[in-house]
Design a protein around this ligand. Structure first.
Ligand code: G3P
Ligand code: CA
Length: 247
């Protein structure tokens, strides 16, 4: 993320400080920055009119007062929805954000872990669109693009060698070098429940960084940091960041 190697793992706020405020909203991201998160994690999909919007689910029901698939709604329709009241009355009025709104607001304060919820086979042109915004807002050097859609990561790297990409992996890892051809990946993102020291070692020996999600327990965070994990993706940046402050 920066040229100087930090002394602690990067604390990446998963959907913002999503245990404290409704995920992916300005409230959640502001709380994450207040807590000292090093980076914000955000899930990106395309709306019906091709806008890059930040929302986890493919459908609107769980985190908004709308319904139906995100990709069938225009940005104007999505912006009418409330994305905060489901979490608590205090958050009523929070809105779905676009990628550009979040980059514009936070780019001088923090890095970004941008997850493509699907590549161009599902959201045509999403790689070009996301890459263009990271370039325009000049945040490539402090961003990591991650996805379960590994072909999308390969496409991104082909578009710009400078974009840093990380493969999300759901299961245990046999061979990190089998995930993509050489020179594609910069990182592998492992599920906390299925991560052992062996996986972390394997990935690091392959010359790749390790990110682990979701890590909300301080004891686990310390253990993973001891294994050389580069990034901890957490709903609780407020709990994890103080663990790694300089004494
Ligand atoms: O950062 C990885 C993690 O966000 C992937 O899972 O379902 O929370 O997007 P999910
Ligand atoms: Ca995600």
């Amino acid at each position: 993320m920066t040229t100087a190697e930090p002394r602690h793992p990067l604390v990446v706020a998963h959907r913002g400080a999503s245990a404290l405020a409704p995920e992916h909203t300005i409230a959640a991201y502001e709380k994450a920055v207040e807590a000292g998160a090093d980076a914000l994690e955000l899930d990106v999909r395309l709306s019906a009119d091709g806008q890059a919007v930040v929302i986890h689910d493919a459908t609107l029901e769980r985190t908004t007062d709308g319904s139906g698939p995100v990709h069938e709604r225009t940005l104007q329709q999505l912006k009418r929805l409330d994305a905060g009241a489901w979490f608590g009355e205090a958050f009523r009025g929070q809105r779905i954000q676009t990628l550009t709104e979040l980059l514009e607001r936070f780019r001088d304060r923090v890095g970004f872990t941008v997850e493509l919820k699907g590549g161009s086979d599902f959201y045509p042109g999403i790689e070009e669109r996301v890459l263009t915004f990271l370039q325009i807002y000049d945040v490539l050097d402090r961003s990591l693009v991650v996805s379960f859609d590994h072909p999308a990561l390969k496409k991104l790297k082909g578009l710009d060698r400078d974009v840093r990409v990380g493969a999300l992996v759901t299961g245990r890892l046999l061979d990190p070098t089998a995930l993509a051809p050489p020179g594609i990946l910069d990182a592998v993102c492992l599920r906390a429940e299925l991560t052992t020291e062996r996986e972390v070692e394997l990935v690091r020996k392959a010359g790749l960084e390790v990110y682990v999600w979701v890590v909300n327990e301080p004891l686990l965070a310390r253990r993973l940091a001891g294994w050389g994990v580069r990034g901890l993706i957490t709903d609780r940046p407020d709990l994890l960041r103080p663990l790694f402050r300089d004494a």
